[in-house]
Design a protein. Structure first.
Length: 102
């Protein structure tokens, strides 16, 4: 922690339920930000949001239908900080990698 306060700021961390995303959530929360933990895993997002005093948003970012409309705006409100951490890892030799997946 560098001592910089984030009081009054709202942060959204995608893929925030585990791993690097979870540590980012904890760091932002420790600096005073209200953190929205976005993850497909409802239990992980909810537990981490409760730990840092934030809120959880259960979402599959690959499902575009979940990202359309006013509901998204209502759920998130104004976001000052976005950490786009969500991702899917596929491991394959480059010559066998499906170009669509790449």
């Amino acid at each position: 922690m560098n001592g910089r306060t984030l009081e009054g700021r709202r942060a959204l961390v995608t893929g925030g339920g585990a791993g690097i995303g979870a540590e980012i959530v904890r760091d932002l929360g420790s600096r005073g930000a209200h953190v929205v933990v976005a993850d497909r895993d409802a239990d992980a997002a909810g537990a981490l949001a409760a730990e840092v005093g934030g809120t959880s948003w259960v979402v599959d970012l690959a499902d575009r239908a979940m990202l359309d409309g006013a509901e998204l705006s209502e759920q998130l409100g104004d976001v000052d900080i976005l950490v786009n951490n969500a991702g899917i890892q596929r491991i394959s030799a480059i010559e066998d990698f499906d170009p669509e997946a790449f």
